[in-house]
Unconditional design. Structure first.
Length: 603
């Protein structure tokens, strides 16, 4: 019982502190003397009630400054204390796990359950019954969607094989109190997927497809019958709610979960087929006009300075944005990732592996004889995304357009391995997501506005392409869509070039499912690089996690001849069983009914 009390106290303390409801660090196993509000206080205080659901939102795993790609073959970190670096180089255990989601996700689910159990007794508005009901629906929908989303992130991090069975995590559909049974066994993987989808479906009953003001006489019938006015509807579901989870975002959630569940690492769970995954992605894309969802500038949204500057929180999202993240002024990303000559720390260093994955401007991989690749001039005539996402030797960067010399014989700190913890270790610096008009000079530091994106439309397009190709091949229209995997990849690749660009490589493989699979996965690697996808994608594909990170050593001779030598930078030391993450060892010590995933430590 003591462990139960302490665990519940931890949940409730986190929930209430996050909502600003506890002001001291008292021992929560003893009655507090003052300044503690009971959960029933939310009944007459909607701000208190929203505090619970806001906490579930605030702890979503979104952090634009944390790039898990450094645990893969796409990047390394020049900071030896980086936890992803430690994981990738052999220090990933059930006790030391940088991608552990256990406590945070269960805390968030606790917030959602407490909220859902008490929402019917909350008085949201005393002036209008209609407005009261609309606010109740708004927040109920958020709570169900967030509970499903947190369970998904929990499942992705901790599901795995136990013996011959693919197991999920314990499902909590009720809040936990001191007399709850905490020693629960794990549910199956399929149980968890079904529950996630059920929560999303329940949320859809309460939120609109999109938030936005309605014109006179356009209140949905559901609320018009309650006497809701246009002004009341707009207050509950209008422009000012944009950014919250709506029906379109939930459709995207379902597509994300479906492609995950259908993937090779999880297919044994029998929770989803690729045909079903294609349908969920197609359902979302239909909301965006099918292939019209391919935004011509979506691949470089972070460079659209005028749009970002003028964006208002009540504005609708642009075509590339499914669900936006943080929008605000900062220089944090630049401080972490600018080269040292621009006063940055140069943290994320793209690898030669990733650079080599970018095709030539004609669409051919650099390994193809028809590509025209020149190893003595490796960055010439490459796909435009390469130098938009990665800073290569000699390219300009920063407010003054300074040329960055990453060579091994450079005389500045920007050069290869010039100074530990500051300089590049691969010969490259990250450019994607950064603003080149941020000035980090200590005497004149400037912030710039950044537009964070939680889910991009491009991700959903690639989800569909992957699922459709796996279900029925490159050329089939699947899941009710009127386009194929080939059509999606053709549009994504063409948009980075001038009008009329031809793609002979794509045409040469369009009837080959295996080669199309390779291309789809590579396009996903390029389009979503540095956005925290690669680590999870490699694992769900059961792909090679152990490809070592490589770089380039560039030198120039006295005669002016520049040479490029590939170098080994950092090993990747994953075991086969690590396509699944561990159950935290601390949890196994507490609860006898929990079983560890195959291969991970149980003692």
């Amino acid at each position: 019982m003591t462990k139960n009390i302490i665990k519940f106290a931890s949940y409730l303390a986190t929930a209430l502190v996050g909502g600003g409801l506890i002001t001291s660090c008292d021992d929560l196993t003893k009655p507090a003397l003052e300044n503690v509000q009971d959960i029933t206080e939310m009944y007459n205080d909607p701000t208190f009630a929203r505090g619970l659901i806001d906490n579930a939102f605030l702890v979503l795993p979104y952090d634009g400054s944390s790039v898990s790609d450094v645990a893969t073959d796409d990047a390394v970190c020049n900071d030896n204390s980086n936890n992803y670096k430690k994981m990738a180089t052999g220090n990933w255990t059930s006790e030391s796990n940088p991608v552990n989601q256990w406590d945070t996700r269960y805390h968030a689910i606790q917030y959602c359950n407490l909220f859902l159990e008490n929402i019917d007794q909350v008085r949201w508005d005393y002036t209008s019954e209609a407005l009261n009901q609309m606010h109740m629906d708004l927040y109920r929908g958020q709570a169900y969607a967030l509970r499903g989303l947190h369970l998904f992130y929990l499942l992705r991090a901790h599901c795995g094989m136990v013996g011959n069975d693919l197991m999920g995590v314990p499902i909590h559909l009720a809040s936990e109190a001191q007399d709850s049974e905490f020693n629960l066994p794990r549910n199956t993987f399929k149980d968890c997927i079904d529950q996630i989808m059920a929560d999303f479906d329940e949320a859809l009953k309460y939120v609109p497809a999109e938030y936005g003001d309605v014109s006179a006489g356009s209140v949905p019938q559901k609320y018009a019958t309650l006497g809701a006015t246009d002004a009341e509807y707009n207050r509950a579901f209008g422009n000012l709610q944009r950014g919250k989870i709506d029906g379109n975002i939930i459709a995207a959630f379902k597509a994300q979960v479906a492609i995950f569940a259908a993937s090779p690492a999880y297919a044994a769970g029998n929770a989803m087929t690729y045909e079903q995954a294609a349908k969920y992605a197609a359902d979302y894309l239909k909301l965006r006009g099918g292939l019209a969802a391919v935004d011509p500038t979506g691949w470089k949204w972070f460079t659209q300075k005028d749009f970002i500057k003028n964006f208002k929180f009540s504005d609708p999202n642009p075509a590339e944005v499914v669900w936006r993240g943080n929008v605000g002024d900062s220089h944090d990303m630049e401080s972490d990732n600018y080269p040292p000559s621009l006063y940055g720390k140069g943290r994320v260093n793209p690898t030669q592996n990733l650079v080599d994955a970018f095709p030539m401007d004609n669409g051919y991989p650099i390994s193809a004889s028809a590509s025209g690749y020149d190893a003595s001039n490796p960055y010439a005539n490459r796909d435009p995304r390469l130098r938009t996402y990665i800073l290569v030797n000699g390219d300009p960067m920063g407010v003054n357009g300074s040329s960055i010399n990453t060579q091994a014989d450079a005389t500045t700190l920007d050069g290869l391995n010039r100074e530990q913890g500051q300089s590049t270790t691969t010969g490259y610096y990250m450019r994607k997501l950064l603003r080149d008009d941020v000035n980090l000079n200590p005497s004149s530091t400037t912030d710039q506005r950044h537009f964070g994106i939680r889910i991009r439309t491009t991700e959903l397009l690639l989800d569909y392409a992957e699922a459709a190709n796996e279900a029925s091949g490159p050329l089939a229209n699947v899941g009710g869509a009127n386009f194929s995997a080939y059509d999606v990849i053709k549009a994504i690749r063409a948009r980075v070039h001038e009008s009329g660009w031809q793609d002979p490589y794509l045409e040469s493989i369009k009837g080959d499912q295996v080669r199309m699979r390779e291309l789809i996965r590579n396009e996903r690697r390029l389009e979503l690089c540095f956005e925290n996808h690669r680590f999870w994608d490699l694992r769900r594909w059961t792909a090679n996690l152990t490809e070592g990170a490589k770089g380039v050593s560039i030198t120039t001779s006295a005669a002016g001849v520049t040479s490029y030598q590939n170098i080994d930078v950092e090993p990747r030391q994953y075991q086969d069983y690590m396509i699944y993450g561990p159950i935290p060892y601390s949890e196994l010590l507490k609860w006898s009914n929990l079983q560890q995933n195959n291969g991970w430590s149980t003692k």
